[in-house]
Design a protein around this ligand. Structure first.
Ligand code: TRP
Length: 366
């Protein structure tokens, strides 16, 4: 009974799929699947903390069948602080290559550069006209700058603040609302931006009717827990990070630098109180993790533990590293993929923007 109704449903879907006349494929997908969207600011080659806290969980979500994923490179967001052309371009490629090497499937997910979708910037202007200035005054990144200036005793509270930094949350809202995202996986530091996007969408909808989908956020809490070489949260700014695609000998060298205590090799050790172990279990199978835990309890030298960690990391990362190097040696392949992604994304953005333009009273009377 159940299987026959499922079959009927499948037939119905196939029929819908075949008949593309009035419904675009993108619209059809949007009806069946939830839209998952997230942006990545180009920051150069990600580190292990970015991989475990953001890239891997986002890709795992994007592979789930109930989602249509949109993953994009937020290159114009970087322009708020990266003002050297070479740097912006290479950081963009490094991030794109990293996501592809880690398993992003550009046929399945939409993968594009934000800057290739001009519709986003038009929407950003529209949204700015529905955003009270006070809402942006309260944004964390801007407030942090104000505080920095105050602490430095500067007379201009806005010293070093460009309008891109100030309106950063508006562009991010446009990224999200342009594609009617249902769910947005982000790190905890981005939650306020999501709240701003929701606020603006609601203000717009109160005025024109429910045209913008109010997005939900999926907070990836884990990003805080990945420790760096010195035990603090792994971060480029602390200089305690392990770049994701270091050549194996360099990776080994960095792993050997992880901070440990001076307990002797034969002393039993608590795996749950070990930086090395907490990284190991992210890369190893359950059996390998249990075996290493047992070895810890019997007594293991830090050198051996580090070697085990390096081996586990290298096993997982060797293939993506090769893929990364291949992509970086031929950036045209990425250009091509990103261009195709942009075309597919614009096919969704354009009609959505046209609808909004009509709703707010632009263009000829219909
Ligand atoms: N601001 C995000 C960050 O720094 C990147 C970003 C830009 C983003 N636009 C987005 C994330 C839209 C999610 C949705 O990490």
């Amino acid at each position: 009974m159940l299987s026959s109704s499922l079959e009927k449903y499948a037939d119905y879907l196939r029929e819908l799929w075949a008949c593309q006349s009035s419904l675009g494929k993108a619209k059809l997908i949007a009806m069946i699947k939830k839209t998952l969207l997230t942006g990545v600011k180009p920051t150069g080659m990600p580190h292990i903390g970015n991989y475990l806290g953001a890239i891997r969980p986002a890709l795992q979500l994007s592979h789930q069948p109930q989602y249509q994923a949109l993953l994009f490179i937020a290159d114009y967001h970087s322009l708020t602080h990266v003002h050297r052309a070479e740097e912006l371009r290479s950081m963009t490629y490094e991030v794109a290559a990293s996501w592809l090497a880690c398993g992003l499937n550009p046929d399945q997910s939409l993968f594009y550069r934000q800057s290739d979708i001009p519709e986003i910037f038009e929407l950003s202007w529209i949204l700015s006209c529905f955003s009270p200035k006070g809402l942006l005054n309260r944004a964390h990144a801007y407030k942090a700058k104000l505080q920095e200036n105050q602490e430095a005793g500067r007379s201009d509270p806005d010293y070093g603040v460009n309008m891109g930094l100030f309106t950063y949350p508006l562009l991010m809202a446009a990224d999200i609302l342009m594609f009617s995202a249902d769910q947005v996986p982000v790190g905890e530091d981005q939650v306020q931006h999501l709240e701003i996007a929701r606020d603006i969408a609601q203000k717009f909808n109160n005025n024109y009717g429910p045209l913008l989908k109010v997005p939900e956020f999926l907070v990836q809490k884990d990003s805080k827990l990945v420790p760096g070489l010195d035990g603090r949260k792994m971060s480029k700014s602390y200089g305690n990070h392990i770049p994701l695609f270091l050549p194996a000998p360099k990776l080994r060298k960095l792993v050997m630098k992880i901070k440990t205590d001076s307990s002797p090799p034969e002393a039993p050790k608590d795996p749950n109180d070990s930086l090395i172990f907490s990284l190991f279990k992210e890369f190893a199978s359950m059996e390998e993790t249990e075996a290493l835990a047992a070895h810890y309890r019997r007594g293991i030298s830090w050198g051996e533990a580090k070697e085990a960690l390096f081996q586990a990391m290298d096993k997982v990362l060797a293939e993506p590293r090769r893929h990364y190097e291949e992509l970086m040696a031929d950036t045209q392949t990425m250009d091509c993929l990103l261009e195709q992604g942009a075309q597919r994304a614009r096919a969704i953005a354009r009609p959505q923007l046209d609808e909004l333009r009509r709703a707010i009273g632009l263009g000829a009377m219909v």
